[in-house]
Design a protein around this ligand. Structure first.
Ligand code: CO
Length: 207
């Protein structure tokens, strides 16, 4: 292992010591309280992209947001990983807000638009490729960048609906639990998040 690589990861450990120290000195009870329990009000489902870190861009501290990230912020009803996260967040943590946050210029969405093979990831992106086919007329009428951005938006809206249609959300609303699903999109070049639609706060009528 090269010396530079060593330094690269050691920097993270030294950053961590400094961060823990500064949090502790600002609020000496902070870590004790967190160690006892987490009670986040938000669940964030976002893209794995390193440029879209949930806590940082929303100004939230540890303990404030439960996070799940995957390539292109997909909520697939057949994915045990996201279902486990949703169920724990809704049934046990009882979060009030579930935020599906995509981002413009998403590499996963771009890959779903390209007509060549990328590897196994194409299977993960099959739902987004289906979405592209569903909206082919609109998508194909746009220049490449705008087409990608539009599919990023459509993807967020579709994933929010997938979440709303899970038994987890339908059952939570049925028993009167207060729960909103937000469809947001983040712009990499200015750091701004914009909502794409009003929050979903009740079971959806349409499919
Ligand atoms: Co992305």
């Amino acid at each position: 292992m090269g010396r530079n690589i060593m330094k690269e990861y050691e920097r993270l450990l030294s950053n961590n010591r400094e961060w823990a120290e500064s949090v502790h000195s600002a609020d000496p009870g902070f870590f004790d309280r967190l160690a006892n329990q987490q009670r986040p009000r938000f669940l964030w489902i976002g893209c794995s992209d390193s440029r879209v870190p949930a806590n940082q861009i929303t100004g939230l501290m540890p303990g404030e947001v439960f996070v799940h990230r995957n390539v292109a912020n997909v909520v697939a009803e057949t994915d045990f990983n996201v279902l486990a996260v949703l169920q724990y967040a809704v049934d046990v943590l009882k979060v009030k807000h579930v935020i599906i946050c995509g981002h413009y210029g998403c590499g996963g969405v771009t890959a779903a638009l390209e007509n060549f093979r990328h590897g196994m990831i194409d299977n993960w992106l099959s739902g987004i490729r289906a979405l592209r086919r569903q909206h082919r007329e609109e998508i194909d009428s746009l220049p490449a960048d705008a087409a990608c951005d539009r599919l990023c938006e459509l993807n967020v809206l579709a994933q929010a609906k997938h979440a709303a249609h899970t038994t987890i959300f339908e059952d939570a609303w049925e028993r009167g639990q207060e729960l909103a699903i937000h469809s947001w999109i983040y712009r990499l070049d200015n750091g701004i998040i914009n909502p794409l639609a009003p929050p979903i706060t009740a079971p959806l009528e349409e499919s």
